[in-house]
Design a protein around this ligand. Structure first.
Ligand code: DQA
Length: 148
């Protein structure tokens, strides 16, 4: 099984960026833990981050031909604005799990709507970096149930 973990804008700044909201863990350290979890489950993991909407769309579009079985996606601010990313997920037919470090429902009202969650298998939020482990496990369980 091969999974793509895709991070949207500003997530490269984790650790420095609003630590009261997102914690002090860096993206690198979150991904290091996730790669370890994936390896223990015999899953191949590829992690990518982009600050650009079109680049995220292209990663989603190309995921199938690159051999990925599913995507763990934190669209970051594009969650709340991007019809293009929503359409890319839907159009690709790739099983996708949305993840957010913070609990967006406990924050500003403009964060309480996700344009992307409705075309995802499910959503995890509010558990900080550990949420990526929950999202990965959920996606793997979903893929295994589909192929059973
Ligand atoms: C985020 C939540 C978004 O509202 C915000 O724009 C982010 C990070 C999260 O992981 O909590 O950049 O996706």
């Amino acid at each position: 099984m091969k999974i793509l973990v895709l991070h949207g804008p500003n997530l490269n700044l984790l650790g420095l960026r609003e630590p009261d909201v997102y914690g002090r863990e860096t993206l690198e350290s979150i991904m290091e833990r996730l790669v370890g979890v994936a390896a223990s489950l015999s899953v191949d993991l590829v992690c990518r981050q982009s600050n650009h909407e079109g680049e995220l769309v292209s990663h989603i579009q190309n995921a199938r031909t690159e051999g990925f079985d599913g995507i763990v996606l934190n669209p970051a601010a594009y969650t709340h604005t991007s019809i293009a990313i929503r359409d890319a997920i839907k159009g690709s037919g790739m099983p996708c799990v949305e993840i957010h470090l913070s609990n967006t429902h406990a924050r500003e009202s403009f964060r309480q709507k996700s344009l992307t969650a409705g075309v995802c298998v499910g959503q995890v939020q509010g558990f900080g970096g550990y949420g990526y482990v929950l999202a990965l496990e959920g996606l793997i369980a979903h893929l295994k149930a589909g192929s059973a």
